[in-house]
Write a new protein. Structure first.
Length: 207
C-alpha cells in the first residue's frame, strides 16, 4: 500500500496517509487514457458546422447554355462548385462527434492517471484548505509554500465558493472536485493537489 506525506497550507509536514492500491498503485494503461482523453475532447465539439452542396444552393435549375456548338466546356447548372455562388464539394454537415467509452475503461483510465501522477512525484496531498477571505494572494502564497511552480489542478471534496473566488485569477491553477474530476484535467496538469477529504472521496468512488 503506497503512502504519501500530508502537508499543510504552509508546506510543512502534517502527517502521513496510506493510499489505496486499487487506485494509486496500478500499472498505467496508456491506451485507456488516450481513449478517454480523445472522448473528452471530441465531446466538446459542437458539430454545428454546415455548408451547402450544389443540390442545396438556391437557383441554377436551367442549363446555362446548349450542350454543343459553343466551344465551351459542357455544363448544366451555374451552381456547380467551379462557379461563383456554387455549392461546396463534400460540404461539412452537422454531425455528432461523441465517442462512447465503456465504464470499465473510464475507471481504468482514471486509476491510471492518478497512479502515474503518484509515481512521477507530481501528487501533493494537503490536510485541509481554509481561507479567511477570498483573496488571490492567499492561494498564491499556498502554492509557493507547496513548491508548485507550474500548472496545477486543485481537487477538493466538494464545491468551495471562497476557494473558487480566490483562485480564479491564477492562470496556472484550475480547480475541480471529486464529482467533476476527469482524466484530461489530471494529465494536462503539472502538479495534482488533493485535499485529504478529496482523496477519501476518490477512494470511495473508484475503489
Amino acid at each position: 500500500m503506497p503512502s504519501i506525506q500530508v502537508l499543510n497550507m504552509q508546506g510543512k509536514a502534517a502527517g502521513e496517509m496510506n493510499l489505496s492500491d486499487e487506485i494509486f498503485a496500478v500499472t498505467p494503461n496508456v491506451a485507456a487514457m488516450h481513449l478517454v482523453v480523445r472522448s473528452i475532447l471530441a465531446n466538446q465539439r459542437r458539430g454545428t458546422q454546415s455548408a451547402l452542396t450544389r443540390g442545396k444552393v438556391r437557383g441554377g435549375g436551367r442549363k446555362i447554355y446548349r450542350q454543343k456548338g459553343t466551344g465551351n466546356a459542357r455544363h448544366h447548372s451555374n451552381r456547380a462548385p467551379q462557379f461563383r455562388h456554387g455549392g461546396v464539394v463534400f460540404a461539412p454537415q452537422p454531425r455528432d462527434y461523441v465517442v462512447n467509452v465503456p465504464k470499465k475503461v473510464r475507471r481504468l483510465a482514471m486509476k491510471s492517471a492518478l497512479s502515474s501522477k503518484l509515481s512521477a512525484g507530481d501528487l501533493i496531498v494537503v490536510d485541509k484548505i481554509s481561507l479567511d477571505e477570498a483573496k488571490t494572494r492567499l492561494v498564491a502564497k499556498m502554492l509557493k509554500d507547496l513548491g508548485v511552480e507550474k500548472k496545477a489542478l486543485l481537487v477538493t471534496a466538494g464545491p468551495d465558493e471562497t476557494l473558487i473566488r480566490a483562485s480564479r485569477n491564477i492562470e496556472s491553477l484550475s480547480g475541480a472536485n471529486v464529482n467533476t474530476l476527469n482524466v484530461y484535467d489530471i494529465l494536462r496538469a503539472g502538479k495534482l493537489i488533493l485535499v485529504q477529504d478529496a482523496v477519501k472521496g476518490i477512494e470511495e468512488v473508484y475503489a
